[in-house]
Design a protein around this ligand. Sequence first.
Ligand SMILES: [Zn+2]
Length: 673
Amino acid sequence: MKKLPSKPSLFLFLLLCLSVSSSSFTQIIFQKPLSPRNASYDMDVKLNTETKTIDGFETLHWKNLSNDFISELRFHLYLNAFKNTKSTFMKESGGQLRGINIDESETNSWGWTDVLSMKIQNGEDLTNKIKFIHPDDDNADDQTVISVPLSKSIKPGETVNIDIKFKSKLPKIFARTGFADNFFLVGQWFPKIGVYEFPGIRYATKGEWNCHQFHANSEFYADFGVYNVKITLPQKYIVGAVGIQTGEKKNSDGTKTLTFHAEDVIDFAWTASPIFKIAEATWKHVKIKVLLQPEHFSQAERHTQSAIYALEYFSEHVGKYPYPNLTIVDPPLRGLGAAGMEYPTFITAGCLWGMPEGIRFTEDVVIHEFGHNYFMGMLASNEFEEAFLDEGFNTYMECRIMDHYYGKNTSFFNLAGYHFGDLQSQRNSYVGMNDPKIAEDYRPAWGYQDGGYGSITYSKTATWMTTLDRLVGRNTMDEIMKTYFDRWSFKHPCAKNFIDIVNEIVKKKYGNKFGDNMNWFFDEVLYGSDICDYKLANISVKNVTPPIGVYDSAGTKLFYRYHSNKGKDIYHSKVSVYRLGEVIMPVDILVHFDNGKDTLATWNGKDRTFDLEFTKPEKVVWAKVDPENKILMDVNLNNNSFTTEPPGSPARKYVTKFIFWVENLMTSISMIF
Ligand SMILES: [Zn+2]
């Protein structure tokens, strides 16, 4: 067992020497195990670049971590989602994902995986026992999950080694995987064991397989392992993959065999193209490699610099990036269906030739996909069932990073006098929805048949995470995120695990300031679907100056003396705030008087209406609910303030509208990434 050396370049050299001298799979342990490593794969695969097929052999080393005797195994065959129009994925998606359609006209467009044989080493041949199952729906035609019954149960703590021969046909790039001409992005491509959840993992009360069918909108869920992968393909191809390359051997038939090694990862994906141009950079212990389309080479630094920002920010605010490298793939225009995707240590970005610096798609996508290394890769939450824990939390961090390095009003778009920030854009994507109440955030990824997956899972989550951040303060939020990562990485946390940490840390910092716990917050923003909208409804000001002088009253003359505020009138000002949404948040109300002074009041936000009343020589001029903009969840910020002063120039209204239109347009364009 080796410790992680401080000089990665020397270390990579040593690894290369080791693997070249070894003819069999090289088991190189370069760091202490960070994860249980209970689903490890040794693979030997060959890519046929003409037929777009992979002939594969894998040995899965699977350890039963539970106390159960397990008599069935379940595997994902994700590529079968692209086999025909009867798969659950195709039925749900209608054959399109992120605005890109599958090309139904060619046989070559479709993809699939066949398991040719499956055998436990020194044990049972399982090949003829494999059957397709559909645990999520009654679609008998879906072939994305197989069940394999075992004659002999796997005992608690036992490891089985299973040899699997398979053939995969890659689809024409669609839904993150496949080929475009001679570019390959090989993802979700091999028979992959599901997660056996047992008490202690997420909500499990008894041991059972969590192995969902491949759905539109849904991503993945897998256990951790060590991967040793040999890839054989024509010599002219340049390859990038999860992990580090540990060997290269030229074969006499014009092919070469590359070896890759990865530890404590949940997946393995790779890319190949004969025309990649390579850019490299280093940040601390991390080697960054960008595989670019030649015409994008001038944008290499945008990729490396944004990756460095993400590495730096995550390391400081969430936790250490433990891997020695990061590979970034820039897909060709025809392969944009593979852009913006994440695998451990290996991400795909997306850029266009000549993209002006002020349009930061590339930076945004690099930072976003990098962040998945934390939420998808190391925390490895269940993306099928709790996608917001990955996409939403990651979008929240992406906004923080983008706004930190590129300016909160300019981070996403800054061109020709128009500008807006990433967080602003994410919030718009939520509040700009036709019906933001269409779904609550907490539902399986395939539960958004009526829409809203992107705007809720990504944008609404980022919006409520920012609201939480602003309510409890940045330092407390950082402590929450660090604790969550520290306590739960490599363990598959669920929403409840996160909420428990929020409750614990908020209680420690604030006692009962926010109530007994923060469950109310999550009930509203995560489990509920209603909206938050506080409105500063009205300000009324009445002169209530007591009378002075002599007045007749029932035959007598009454004399009213000068009151204490001699020469000054007294006013009764009433500030009215409405709660128009069902979501309840504590809110501040800032009241400004005509002597230039302010008063800040706090309201628990619970009743439908709330009045603040003042009787004093000063008149209220304007008031604002949530003046620090903590409650980003508030869907209408335009009704948050009210002034008794005459309205300003109407032009401002149109400017705001125009910017909103531009923002929505840009958000739509960005969806293809
Ligand atoms: Zn994402």
